[in-house]
Design a protein around this ligand. Structure first.
Ligand code: FES
Length: 122
């Protein structure tokens, strides 16, 4: 049911944790299942230089959080903002149709973190 990449990111999630002096924090919940995801970003010169996450959720939610941290690291805020849930699912070699909604969490949490950074910095 799950691709090898999903299983890998679920079992060995990358960039788990928090950033104490984060430049922006995004937190979103999924109303359908009650899962919660939080993403911390560190921004320097408009580039995401560090990114961490904590996810209380299903395997697909953990795998998508993990891979989006890899996708966003080193990107400019504008580039990172354009990462779609579809791109996240594709980077994991697909998600089962009933799990596609889980990929929205990661993209939304990242966008929230970027919005938080922009709010803090005018
Ligand atoms: Fe809740 Fe996947 S079932 S995010």
């Amino acid at each position: 049911m799950y691709s090898e990449k999903v299983m890998d990111h679920f079992q060995n999630p990358r960039n788990v944790g928090e950033i104490a002096d984060a430049s922006g924090i995004g937190e979103v919940g999924n109303a359908r299942c009650g899962d919660i995801m939080k993403i911390w970003i560190k921004v320097e010169d408009n580039v995401i230089t560090d990114i961490r996450f904590k996810t209380f959720g299903c395997g697909a939610a953990i795998a998508t959080s993990s891979i989006i941290t890899e996708m966003a690291m080193g990107k400019t805020l504008d580039e990172a903002e354009q990462i779609t849930n579809k791109a996240v699912a594709e980077a994991l070699d697909g998600l089962p149709p009933v799990k596609m909604h889980c990929s929205n969490l990661a993209a939304d949490a990242l966008r929230e973190a970027i919005a938080d950074y922009r709010k803090r910095n005018g």
